[in-house]
Design a protein around this ligand. Structure first.
Ligand SMILES: Nc1nc2c(ncn2[C@@H]2O[C@H](COP(=O)(O)OP(=O)(O)OP(=O)(O)O)[C@@H](O)[C@H]2O)c(=O)[nH]1
Ligand SMILES: [Mg+2]
Length: 307
């Protein structure tokens, strides 16, 4: 029996929504805590497009993290759906973890976002997470904390962390768990994500497209899994990469197919690691000019607002 349970501390369990503008490190933090790459991470904004659960369980707590798309402005239906998904996750959560990049000066979108949550319209406890402290100027951290305290004096706490290095993540877990309901675990402690193997396959391929492509191309790219079949010795996957323009196709495929080959190899290696078996991955590229602005197509890709 652990020290905690000997002291009769109640078991705590609930949901924490990870919120923030794009690129602040929400998915990196969740992956670090879960200990597996359940949400893809890239240096580009708008990487996460739907809500992803990552469940942390120990002897005293089960913290159900909800990773959300970064809150941003955008005119396409995809952007609107992403933002709607983030706000819906906030409404449903027990605790709001509002993240920012502390290695950069507080920008306007971050300030607007903090003010929006600080207005108290949502009643859940708010915890501000100042991420990327490994890259932040230490002398600026205290003034930044004070600035944040002024912007949202009603928040429970303000926790500096490094999601990449894991610095202060234990302290953050303690702080988050304090505000969760005292109740028994809702999920089997061995279960750590709601992502199916098929969804992981689509996301791992999209991650490699995001990493290898530039300018507007990644934002107009989606991945659809057309076949996912398990055999005794391997999983066979057929993935289609949708691109938003005919001229993106050769850029993605690359000279002699080299670009596509690199995307496929890297995605396959990542999938073999997380799925724990051999993967045979075939990828095709298809042009679909308006998939990101078409509600029905977004729904089919799992990017609708009701998914
Ligand atoms: N130096 C440093 N980099 C970090 C840290 N956390 C995340 N990053 C990097 O920041 C970039 C964005 O990280 P993500 O986890 O994809 O950010 P996100 O908030 O999920 O972004 P969206 O899904 O686009 O909203 C990646 O290049 C990460 O490696 C950190 O603590 N320190
Ligand atoms: Mg993300």
């Amino acid at each position: 029996m652990s020290d905690e349970s000997m002291h009769n501390k109640p078991f705590r369990c609930g949901t924490v929504a990870l919120l923030g503008v794009p690129n602040v490190g929400k998915s990196t933090l969740m992956n670090y805590i879960i200990g597996a790459k359940v949400a893809i991470v890239t240096p580009k904004p708008q990487t996460t497009r739907h809500r992803i659960l990552g469940i942390y369980s120990d002897d005293n707590r089960q913290i159900i993290f909800v990773d959300t798309p970064g809150i941003h402005k955008g005119s396409k239906q995809l952007n609107k759906n992403m933002v709607r998904v983030a706000y819906a996750a906030a409404e449903e959560a027990d605790v709001l973890a509002i993240m920012q990049d502390a290695s950069k000066p507080l920008d306007r979108p971050t300030r607007v976002l903090i003010e929006r949550f600080a207005d108290g319209r949502l009643k859940q406890p708010r915890i501000h997470v100042l991420n990327k402290v490994d890259r932040a100027d230490k002398a600026r951290l205290l003034p930044r904390l004070q600035q944040l305290q002024q912007l949202d004096p009603g928040a429970m706490s303000y926790v500096p962390v490094s999601a990449r290095k894991g610095t202060q993540v234990d302290a953050l877990l303690n702080e988050l768990a304090k505000h969760l309901p005292a109740q028994a675990p809702l999920h089997d402690p061995d279960w750590f994500t709601d992502q199916s193997q098929r969804q992981l396959a689509a996301e791992y391929v999209r991650e490699q497209v995001f990493l290898s492509m530039h300018q507007e191309i990644p934002f107009q790219t989606a991945v659809d899994i057309e076949r996912f079949e398990e055999f005794d010795d391997a999983i066979e996957i057929e993935a289609v990469i949708l691109v938003g323009s005919e001229r993106h196709k050769p850029m993605l495929i690359g000279k002699g197919g080299g670009g596509m080959k690199a995307v496929g190899t890297r995605a396959r290696l990542g999938l073999e690691e997380i799925l724990g078996c051999k993967v045979r991955l075939n990828i095709w590229v298809k042009v679909d000019e308006d998939w990101f602005d078409h509600p029905g197509k977004l729904m089919d890709l799992g990017l609708g607002t009701e998914s």
